[in-house]
Design a protein around this ligand. Structure first.
Ligand SMILES: [Zn+2]
Length: 428
């Protein structure tokens, strides 16, 4: 009995193995057919291409599946027969724009104050609103955002990021920081009786143990970057003053870095910026009172400035001349400028105002375009995937009316949006 059953088992397993081989061959054939025939090939034919660095007239761009496979003049680009052709006459095609500083869980302060959003709006309402913000941002041509803090909305940026990447809702690719880190007593909402313990718009932490734990906890909950407030308006008269010590900032950077993550620091005072730069953060947000000396230090330490000019123009319009002068000083020092607007304090979908503002504040249009594409991709460590119209990169491509290199306001007139080879907008 034992021998017989063994033999029959052997026979069964040979039949089973052969069957498996046939199934595997079938799957392989289907896979290869899929690769060669099913992946949609599209040729985009705009009037010109800004490739993340320079503009080229009459180039075409070939997209297969989610990637760019060929770029160049029609005579040299590799266009397979039977490809779908999309004409984009009089338009400039460029890499999907990258927003380096957004808050999709905030809506304009002109509608509702920050305090009231944080204290009175239920989380589900804020998340529901954020899904609209993400769609508006994508349709405005921004295919990637770094969202710099949920401002009281916990870790919901992680879920939103994943909802976009799983195609549950339309939106840009997201890098998120979750709650952001503030020194105890420095942040907001404030002004309550000291007996009350009021939940804050970011996570408080101080000193060795608490900072290490909070950085690691935010990473564990899904943070792609760590955001820290190196200064905040907590001076004796409500003015901005530094928060964390240099050693605390170094500890935050070291802890984040050992997990492969970078740190962004909110800082507007020269001393807050100086400590952040010395500690090894990779981007400084706002930098409103940056001096020539501090910008030289940033240049030396390869720290990028994310100037959030639109926030200055729309919300904090008191010191525009000073902001203009400090932006000019950053340009003169040769600091890398990462285009980021602080969208959320003004309407999502109007992110391109930052490019206009950069040009208005003295940056050449081509530099502003580079900042929001290839430079932001590099600052965000994503240059191998996005930021250029280049063979092998993801097909994050947008087209806008007119010649962008002459008129930056074209970034407000987006007619075509493709993200990862999928078309989200095509108005012609
Ligand atoms: Zn911000």
């Amino acid at each position: 009995m034992l021998v017989k059953s063994r033999r029959s088992f052997r026979t069964f397993s040979i039949v089973k193995k052969r069957g498996l081989v046939v199934v595997l061959l079938c799957l392989l054939t289907i896979h290869l057919l899929g690769q060669s025939q099913l992946a949609q090939v599209t040729v985009l034919r705009p009037a010109r291409v800004f490739d993340g660095d320079a503009a080229h007239d009459n180039w075409v761009v070939v997209v297969r599946g989610e990637k760019i496979t060929s770029v160049g003049p029609p005579t040299s680009a590799n266009v397979p027969p039977g490809a779908r052709s999309i004409d984009l006459p009089d338009m400039t095609l460029l890499p999907g724009l990258i927003e380096a500083h957004s808050h999709v869980l905030l809506h304009p302060y002109s509608e509702t104050s920050w305090n009231d959003q944080v204290a009175h709006e239920p989380l589900a309402l804020r998340v529901a609103r954020a899904t609209n913000h993400l769609r508006n941002t994508l349709l405005a041509g921004f295919t990637t955002i770094r969202d710099l803090g949920t401002e009281g909305a916990g870790y919901s940026d992680v879920g939103l990021r994943d909802a976009v990447s799983q195609n549950i809702i339309p939106g840009p690719r997201m890098l998120v920081v979750t709650r952001a880190i503030v020194a105890t007593g420095s942040y907001a909402p404030k002004g309550y009786a000291p007996e009350w313990r009021v939940p804050q718009g970011a996570e408080e932490a101080d000193g060795v143990d608490s900072l290490i734990r909070v950085v690691r906890d935010q990473i564990g909950k899904g943070a792609d970057w760590i955001k820290v407030y190196a200064d905040y308006s907590w001076g004796p008269n409500g003015e901005a003053e530094p928060t964390f010590s240099l050693d605390e900032l170094k500890l935050i950077v070291e802890t984040a870095k050992s997990s492969g993550r970078a740190v962004a620091a909110h800082a507007s005072t020269p001393e807050g910026m100086r400590r952040a730069a010395l500690a090894g953060v990779e981007t400084i947000e706002h930098g409103d009172r940056g001096t020539a000396e501090v910008f030289r230090l940033m240049k030396e330490r390869n720290v990028a400035l994310c100037p959030t000019l639109t926030a200055s123009l729309t919300v904090y319009s008191r010191n525009l001349d000073a902001k203009r002068a400090s932006f000019r000083a950053a340009l003169d020092a040769g600091v890398t400028i990462a285009s980021g607007s602080d969208s959320g304090v003004f309407a999502h979908g109007e992110n391109a105002r930052e490019l206009e503002a950069m040009v208005d504040f003295g940056m050449p249009a081509l530099d502003a375009l580079r900042s929001a594409t290839s430079i932001n991709a590099r600052v965000l460590h994503m240059e191998n995937r996005i930021g250029r119209v280049k063979e092998g990169l993801l097909a994050d491509l947008i087209a806008v009316e007119g010649d962008l290199t002459r008129d930056i306001s074209g970034t407000r007139r987006v007619r075509f949006v493709m993200k990862g080879g999928t078309i989200f907008r095509n108005v012609r």
